[in-house]
Write a protein that binds this ligand. Structure first.
Ligand code: ZN
Ligand code: ZN
Length: 245
């Protein structure tokens, strides 16, 4: 299909290692990247997820520390590709946790794709520290509402770019499959954190709503993906920082 995928580094979030790999290295704080993925080769640029608003808001709505270097802003990261936020034509959300949709409001010309049930759940989650920032969700249902495209299950967004429902991590989490000239890339979102541990060894991560759905998705990722690109695995930047075709 002629697509190229670029990981954009939009800051880092500090989590306990056991958040990434079930009951492993408990108490060990680890900074992980907050990645968005830029896909070039369609009629307009595509973004998968959109980082957090600010380290302060991550702290306020999750209790987690976060940091962002000056070159990790959306403007700086897109600038490397001679793009501005308003050039993005499509924004696909894996889910609406605050490290995935904090900068939607800058993407003024994007169609925003999200599962209906994810948006519904994000507005009224089942427990208080649920990693949704109320301002992100309020913007989606108000300021950005006319840009929002609600999905019900799997969907083809563009030729060779489709969403695959997983649930598991959140009630209506989804992944993005991208057909490249060299094979299929899976942008897993938070359906996997660390490829080696979660996918290769099939050990689940530590934060989920439904463990059976988590395990089904991890099997599916291992089966379907030639390239596996989670949001929070630093390896993605090392392996694919210069683009994956
Ligand atoms: Zn998440
Ligand atoms: Zn995340």
């Amino acid at each position: 299909m002629g697509y190229t995928i670029y990981p954009l580094l939009l800051g880092e979030v500090e989590v306990d290692y056991s958040f990434l790999v079930w009951q492993t290295n408990c108490g060990q704080a680890t900074y992980v990247p907050a990645t968005a993925f830029l896909i070039l080769g369609a009629d307009r640029p595509v973004l998968v997820d959109a980082g957090f608003q600010s380290p302060e808001r991550v702290k306020a709505y999750s209790g987690l520390n976060a940091r962002q270097a000056p070159d990790q802003t959306l403007e700086a990261q897109l600038g490397k590709h001679n793009l501005r936020p308003e050039d993005i034509g499509y924004l696909i959300h894996t889910h609406l946790h605050l490290d995935h949709c904090g900068l939607d409001y800058k993407l003024t010309n994007a169609r925003i794709f999200v599962q209906r049930r994810e948006l519904q759940y994000a507005a009224a989650p089942l427990f208080p520290v649920a990693f949704y920032d109320r301002l992100d969700i309020a913007r989606l249902v108000n300021d950005l509402w006319n840009q929002v495209e609600l999905l019900e299950g799997d969907a083809e967004i563009l030729p060779g770019i489709r969403t695959v429902f997983t649930g598991g991590h959140t009630p209506a989490h989804q992944m993005v499959y991208v057909e490249l000239d060299s094979g299929r890339a899976i942008l897993t979102g938070d359906a996997a954190y660390i490829v080696e541990m979660n996918v290769r060894q099939q050990i689940p991560f530590g934060y989920y709503i439904n463990l059976e759905e988590v395990m089904a998705a991890l099997k599916r990722i291992a089966r379907d993906g030639n390239y596996i690109l989670p949001t929070h695995d630093a390896e993605v930047h090392r392996l694919y920082g210069n683009g994956l075709k």
